[in-house]
Design a protein around this ligand. Structure first.
Ligand code: MG
Length: 335
């Protein structure tokens, strides 16, 4: 990709976002002091109608990074350390990170529990230390096969971390093409019930059918009886265009709140105009998002090139095109 073209795209995104925020900048009343962390400023996140609000009732949209699958020997697990969280916070202005614990696949949690769980805890502890938000993600495509394992894991996480406003529980990354009402929703209620018996208030995000794109199905039969529940929307700009934004708009209009726990750019292609459209949409609708993924695997979504340091300190040459695009978006996101 031409750097000049890339920069002009970044600039366009930046200008678009800034011009969108000018009108409501005077409404910002959250006090910022040098001694206050980002999470202390905004407090616990709460679903209110179709939006997620901070402690003083303002709709919020945060930008950050998702780590890669935590599985043993998949490569991405090397980045699960406090140095990377600190680097993303300080060099990228990341306000939210997502720890993506692989579950069923080889080297995942069911294979090898302690190392995978410890990787998640490392990221959560680092995010708390840095004062940013963190998603505890049950990174599964078949979570309904092991609801008891999910319950035990999230009970432990709620016990350890439920008191921290930093924490967001994501109980099912991407269901496949299965029934929302008959399979995903009952699983979700089982896990939500377990979390709520320990942690009454932190935000819980629930995956939706077809790789978290069928937010319309969740919107037509939302979870009731529990508060502070949002629904997952994932997009990859190479596949997902206006039709998915239209679907998400309808879901929002029906009253559910959405959270983009994962998104990916085209990365290596010349100009990702779709990323600009999606980011404008996220900003307009006050939706938070995490970029996939903190990794050096040779694929279009990795933010760093193969062999880059696994503890941050990346130069621009260490970033992939996808990494440069993501960094520019996150660094300039109007929080
Ligand atoms: Mg709590």
């Amino acid at each position: 990709m031409s750097i000049n073209i890339q920069k002009s795209v970044f600039l366009f995104i930046f200008i678009t976002l800034m011009s969108c925020t000018q009108d409501d900048s005077s409404d910002i009343t959250v006090n910022e002091t040098i001694d206050t962390t980002f999470v202390e400023k905004h407090g616990g996140l709460q679903v209110s109608g179709n939006q997620i609000i901070n402690k003083i009732g303002e709709p919020v949209s945060f930008a950050g990074n998702s780590f890669f699958w935590s599985n043993d020997n998949w490569g991405g697990e090397r980045f699960y350390n406090p140095e990377v969280v600190s680097w993303l916070k300080n060099d990228w202005n990341t306000k939210i990170v997502r720890a993506a614990m692989g579950v069923e696949d080889p080297g995942g949690y069911l294979d090898n529990k302690i190392p995978n769980k410890n990787r998640i805890k490392t990221i959560v502890d680092a995010a708390i230390e840095e004062g940013i938000y963190v998603i505890i993600d049950w990174h599964s495509h078949r979570a309904e096969d092991n609801p008891d394992e999910a319950v035990l894991f999230f009970e432990e996480m709620a016990t350890l971390y439920g008191e921290y406003n930093n924490i967001i529980y994501e109980i099912y990354n991407e269901p496949l093409d299965i029934s929302w009402s008959n399979t995903i929703k009952p699983y979700a209620i089982t896990v939500i019930s377990a979390i709520r018996s320990i942690d009454p208030d932190n935000l819980i995000v629930v995956g939706t059918p077809e790789w978290s794109q069928r937010v319309d199905l969740a919107a037509s039969d939302p979870i009731t009886g529990y508060s502070n529940i949002a629904y997952t929307l994932h997009f990859y700009t190479v596949y997902h265009h206006q039709w998915l934004r239209d679907r998400a708009d309808e879901a929002l209009n029906s009253g559910i709140a959405l959270f983009v726990t994962e998104w990916g750019s085209i990365g290596y292609s010349v100009v990702d105009s779709e990323a600009n459209k999606w980011m404008t949409w996220c900003h307009t609708n006050k939706i938070s998002h995490c970029n996939w993924a903190v990794n050096d695997k040779e694929e279009e979504w990795s933010i760093v090139v193969p062999g880059a340091s696994a503890t941050g300190n990346w130069t621009e040459n260490d970033l992939t095109d996808a990494g440069k695009l993501a960094k520019n978006i996150i660094l300039n996101w109007p929080h």
